[in-house]
Design a binder for this molecule. Structure first.
Ligand code: NAD
Ligand code: TYD
Length: 347
């Protein structure tokens, strides 16, 4: 039985990856290593928590000794590394937290893998990364796997650094690795600090929708289950020491996306047309705000045959339905320190 270590499995994307792997591969044992920060929530995994091929390990990747011990104890064969600080706005107010988790935490994992994988046959260190490492595009062009790294935010700088460390361990110590760089995800279990879940929550509660700057910033959106399916494919079929860009060719200007979200929410909540749009408020821009991200996923499409399964309208509709059906989840994650963060960020 293969032992797979997934880090950050209690977070947004990690929980979808875990569910997919635990259900699809009963022949693997999946370990979920997570520190349960504000972004990690075991409620995201309650449907698989009792599966015989699943074990939760509460641990912190910044603790090198603890990570080394866990590698010694469980003898993981492969790693899918997702644990990270993931929110750009938080990286602007506390960059060091991003250095610690994203850079030092990743190096701790790489070092443990290098020390414990004496025989590298069948081993793999899969680093899940972001397209934000490539920096910002102008009105034209797409990020490819050979686009030069040019990160602008402390978040993207920390992810770029961790990508470089993964590659350096591959070159220097021959650690087998693969990296994927994905565009913006959306879907169930997304913490309501990122654009889409924050705005869904605010519309439900009739709170203002804070659009940064003029709203003419572009992001390339992918449904989280399609990202998880791509990770499954790259994990099993990707070539060692390669990079794959993941994205659904689905660019939206923030303001257009927000208007579509408002329309869908009005319909689902039985509100008058145009009611939610009245909540849109233009606020001070994010410092160093990247203008446009857009992924060229041709390599993944052609080499591994991956395609997204839903259109944006379908994915957004499923996402809104999930939040409307999971009010308790939303209430739980927005209690406690959430309000403090929200007031500091938006008031
Ligand atoms: P998230 O913030 O929802 O979840 C992060 C998880 O990591 C949480 O469960 C948290 O408890 C855990 N964690 C944080 N610090 C930890 C530590 N020190 N030790 C152990 N666990 C820790 O993040 P997400 O949006 O699910 O992103 C997952 C990964 O995918 C990240 O590496 C992110 O950079 C990458 N990514 C995200 C997106 C996106 O749109 N969200 C897009 C591309 C890539
Ligand atoms: P976000 O979800 O934070 O993802 P990222 O910064 O990693 O792309 O933001 C997506 C876009 O939405 C980005 O251009 C910033 C913008 N945005 C707002 O306009 N208002 C908000 O309150 C938030 C959180 C984001």
């Amino acid at each position: 039985m293969k032992k797979i270590l997934v880090t950050g499995g209690a977070g947004f994307i990690g929980s979808h990856v875990l569910r997919l792997f635990v259900n699809k591969y009963p022949e693997y044992h999946i370990f979920n290593l997570d520190a349960l920060t504000y972004a990690g929530n075991l409620e995201n995994l309650k449907d698989i928590q009792d599966a015989p091929n699943y074990t939760f390990l509460k641990a912190d990747i910044t603790n090198a000794e603890q990570i080394d011990e866990l590698f010694g104890k469980h003898q993981f064969d492969r790693v899918i590394h997702l644990a990270a600080e993931s929110h750009v706005d938080r990286s602007i107010t506390d960059p060091m937290a991003f250095v610690k988790t994203n850079v030092m935490g990743t190096v701790n994992l790489l070092t443990a893998a290098k020390e414990h994988w004496k025989d590298i046959n069948g081993k793999l260190f899969y680093h899940v990364s972001t397209d934000e490492v490539y920096g910002s595009l102008g009105e034209e062009g797409l990020f490819t796997e050979t686009t030069a790294y040019d990160p602008n935010s402390p978040y993207s700088a920390s992810k770029a650094s961790s990508d470089h460390f993964v590659r350096s361990y591959g070159e220097t110590y021959k650690l087998p690795y693969v990296i994927s760089n994905c565009s913006n995800n959306y879907g169930p279990n997304h913490f309501p600090e990122k654009l889409i879940p924050l705005f869904i929550n605010n519309i439900i509660n009739n709170k203002s929708l804070p659009v940064y700057g003029d709203g003419n910033y572009t992001r390339d959106w992918l449904f989280v289950k399609d990202h998880a399916a791509a990770i499954d494919l790259v994990f099993h079929k990707g070539s060692n020491n390669e990079t794959y860009n993941i994205g659904g060719f689905n660019e939206w200007k923030n303001i257009d996306l927000v208007k579509l979200l408002c329309q869908q929410m009005d319909q689902k909540l039985g509100r008058n047309e145009g009611e939610s749009e009245k909540l849109i408020t233009y606020v001070k821009d994010r410092p160093g705000h990247d203008l446009r991200y857009a992924i060229d996923a041709t390599k993944l499409n052609k080499e591994l045959g991956w395609k997204p399964s839903v259109t944006f309208e379908e994915g957004l509709s499923k996402t809104i339905d999930w939040y409307l059906e999971n009010e308790e989840w939303l209430k739980n994650v927005t209690s406690g320190s959430y309000q403090q963060y929200y007031n500091k960020q938006y008031n």
